[in-house]
Write a new protein. Structure first.
Length: 133
């Protein structure tokens, strides 16, 4: 078994594509329009299946926002330098709606450096500093 993708419902598909490609450095892998079913999809990632897991961005026509709820946690992304990534996110995300919500620093009780950002729809993304990122 393997993880294939995670689906996020978004309020503006192009805004989310721009955030994940321009701010997070992902590629737009493919899109699907389903006007008869009232939704469109965009798949983004650092590579496509089967070698990499993807994020499926789903826009349901006419829905501009969602309640995120309390059960969902976050997406984790490995980065070479969490502080530099936060700086880049802060610079590029202002126009696209993302934000840094926790600056880079060690995780409580450990040495791993992490940070948190949000995408334009409020989904949390954990940045985990890794030498292999």
């Amino acid at each position: 078994m393997r993880l294939l993708h995670t689906m996020l419902r978004v309020g503006n598909l192009q805004r989310s594509i721009d955030f994940y490609t321009q701010v997070m450095g992902m590629e737009l892998l493919r899109t699907t329009r389903r006007p008869d079913q009232n939704y469109d999809l965009a798949f983004v990632g650092y590579g496509s299946n089967p070698g990499h897991a993807e994020i499926e961005l789903t826009y349901n026509y006419g829905v501009e926002s969602y309640e995120l709820g309390t059960a969902y946690g976050h997406i984790a992304v490995g980065v070479a330098d969490a502080a530099a990534t936060c700086a880049a996110v802060r610079e590029r995300a202002a126009a696209l709606g993302g934000a840094v919500t926790r600056e880079a620093g060690p995780v409580k009780g450990g040495n791993t450096v992490i940070a948190f950002i949000t995408d334009p729809d409020g989904y949390k993304i954990e940045l985990i500093e890794r030498s292999d990122a």
